[in-house]
Design a binder for this molecule. Structure first.
Ligand SMILES: Nc1ncnc2c1ncn2[C@@H]1O[C@H](COP(=O)(O)OP(=O)(O)OP(=O)(O)O)[C@@H](O)[C@H]1O
Length: 570
């Protein structure tokens, strides 16, 4: 059996580093491909800590993004090349060897620190993920907060900013990368927390890993600990080489007493009195360890799915039992039970009592549709940053994530509507013998609504826009579906056919009024044939056909959601 390496052993263990070199690199961003990096030449060697410093907007993040090869749609190499151990980027070989700790922490807020690292290790295929995570916790000095939740900015802040940054770093290090890119790993941290992170990076580089980091206001101790320095200004290199020689190379005089060297250099490259600031030393490219094998096999699909299913449950379990949500659902159902109490069992039926019960049979699917669609809209946008990042590292396939993420919600949220509808069903005096069909219809209606919400959320990750589209879709299809007006123009009728709640409403009416009569002007009329409330289109289809259409919509929306997610997490 595999025994995890002890901390001491791990410290001595040399990791095969992955050197990166960029040559005459010019990179454009945005749709117009505006160049923000120009003619850059340099690199980050295995076993060295290379720091990138520069004023805000000088292109530090763009350089890291380009080297990570993760944002092909946003960053375009216009000229020059980036090579990894002398080779061009090969997604299948390199993506699992390059770790990228971005400026924003991409962590699931409701997982604890330990769970976060354990799932990362499990997805990496570690034989004993818990032991590996424990070692990492210890190494990053996170033992004390190991069982606290990460916490979100507006929800809970269980761990400090410095601890969050270390969790992000640990998450990436569990990949055993050869090249680690870090965008401002110390920003917003006090000097003690920043020094801790710096020590971790230094330790990593001494193990053989190539470390390339942008750093915010490093202290002199940190500055002199860099193995190599790249100073950027307006996308061009002001200096590249040994940090010890930087002042002599580009500054007119030594830094004033008490002023950190990095701050002084920043002032020099931004100031007008700088020496012509394009002194470059050849970036060190020696000591490259050549890598021939990949970072390890990906897990089989089923294992990915099982791990992700557990993680999705732990990370989102609190969303499912949100007291506000439950109170909302319970109160609407209780109010329905009160307002419609005994209406369905009144005999003989009249046009008025048919109208009242039709109101309930309309309101119920429409309420659940709106409620569940809104819930589903948030599903993918909330995880997008994490999933995009993990997919880029090749940890799992999008189908495994999609199924894992949606099955937990499907089983809980979608089952809520039939279960809670029981609150009004018997109180309103609806047909006891048809309860099963009523609940099945609500289940399929909820499945449809949930799938439609997933679909909109997957394609439009901007929540404001997604909510607007959801409202427009629901109201427009209901209006064209003949709920409020009969004379819908022929050319708009097809749009009304997209109103899945219409099929649910039709099915619920037919289930409740199958063979039922009411007192009318002619004496005795059949509800489903003669009541003015039930329009011809609803009458024409059978319950089976309505349910089949609902199931079809649910499948179609889910497939569309899958493709949307795939597209938006690339
Ligand atoms: N997707 C984009 N579309 C348009 N411009 C962009 C895009 N990404 C970056 N830029 C521009 O490129 C320039 C470099 O940005 P970058 O984020 O690389 O700078 P930075 O040095 O990392 O800044 P900071 O230290 O503030 O994070 C900036 O002027 C920025 O506005």
């Amino acid at each position: 059996m595999c025994r995890p390496a002890s901390l001491a052993e791990q410290k001595q263990e040399q990791t095969a580093g992955l050197s990166v070199q960029w040559q005459d690199l010019t990179v454009g961003v945005g749709p117009k491909r505006v160049p923000v990096l120009r003619n850059l030449t340099g690199g980050a060697s295995a076993g060295a800590l290379t720091a990138v410093l520069g004023p805000s907007g000088s292109g530090k993040s763009t350089l890291l993004g380009t080297v990570s090869a993760r944002f092909p749609s946003q960053l375009r190499v216009l000229r020059g090349s980036v090579r990894y151990d002398g080779e061009a980027w090969d997604r299948s070989r390199h993506k699992r060897r390059v770790a990228f700790v971005e400026q924003e922490d991409a962590l699931l807020k409701d997982l604890t620190v330990r769970q976060t690292l354990t799932f990362a290790a499990a997805l990496r295929g570690e034989p004993d993920p818990a032991a590996r995570a424990s070692l990492m916790l210890h190494e990053l000095n996170l033992d004390k907060c190991a069982d606290q939740a990460i916490g979100g900015a507006n929800i809970r802040r269980e761990i400090s900013g410095g601890q969050r940054r270390r969790v992000s770093i640990g998450h990436e290090l569990l990949l055993d990368p050869g090249l680690v890119l870090l965008d401002e790993p110390t920003s917003g941290l006090d000097s003690h927390a920043a020094a801790k992170i710096f020590r971790i990076l230094k330790d990593l580089s001494t193990r053989g890993v190539a470390v390339l980091a942008t750093l915010h206001q490093p202290t002199d101790a940190m500055f002199l600990g860099f193995d190599s320095l790249l100073l950027l200004r307006d996308g061009e290199a002001s200096y590249a080489g040994d940090p010890q020689n930087a002042v002599a190379a580009i500054a007119p005089k030594p830094p004033p007493k008490g002023m950190p060297i990095a701050d002084y250099l920043m002032e020099v490259i931004c100031g007008d009195d700088a020496k012509q600031a394009t002194a470059r030393e050849a970036a060190a490219t020696t000591g490259t360890i050549s890598i021939s094998e990949e970072a390890g096999p990906a897990l089989p699909w089923l294992s990915q799915f099982i791990i992700l299913l557990k993680r999705c449950f732990l990370a989102h379990r609190l969303d499912l039992v949100d007291p506000m949500l439950l109170a909302n659902m319970f109160s609407v159902m209780l109010l329905s039970a009160t307002l419609w109490s005994g209406q369905g069992s009144k005999r003989p039926r009249t046009e008025t009592s048919v109208r009242d019960i039709s109101g309930l049979l309309f309101l119920s699917p429409v309420y659940w549709a709106f409620q569940l669609m809104i819930l589903a809209l948030y599903t993918f946008p909330a995880d997008r940053v994490v999933v995009t990042k993990e997919r880029a590292a090749g940890l799992y396939s999008i189908s495994a994530y999609f199924l894992a993420r949606t099955s937990v919600d499907t089983l809980t949220i979608v089952l809520m509507s039939p279960l809670l509808s029981l609150i009004y069903y018997f109180a309103a005096g609806l047909r006891p013998s048809e309860v099963g069909w009523h609940l099945l219809t609500l289940f399929l209606n909820s499945l449809c609504a949930h799938s439609a919400g997933l679909c909109i959320g997957a394609w439009i990750m901007n929540l404001k826009r997604a909510t607007t589209l959801q409202t427009v879709f629901m109201l427009a299809t209901m209006m064209c579906g003949g709920f409020y007006v009969r004379g819908v123009p022929v050319w708009l009728k097809w749009f009304g056919d997209l109103s899945f709640t219409r099929y649910a409403y039709g099915a619920l009416l037919k289930i409740e009024y199958k063979g039922a009569h009411y007192d009318c002007a002619a004496g005795r009329c059949t509800v489903l044939r003669e009541s003015a409330l039930i329009d011809a289109r609803i009458r024409r289809s059978s319950v089976g056909a309505d349910l089949a259409v609902l199931a079809g919509f649910a499948v179609a929306f889910r497939l569309l959601a899958f493709f949307g997610l795939k597209r938006n997490t690339h």
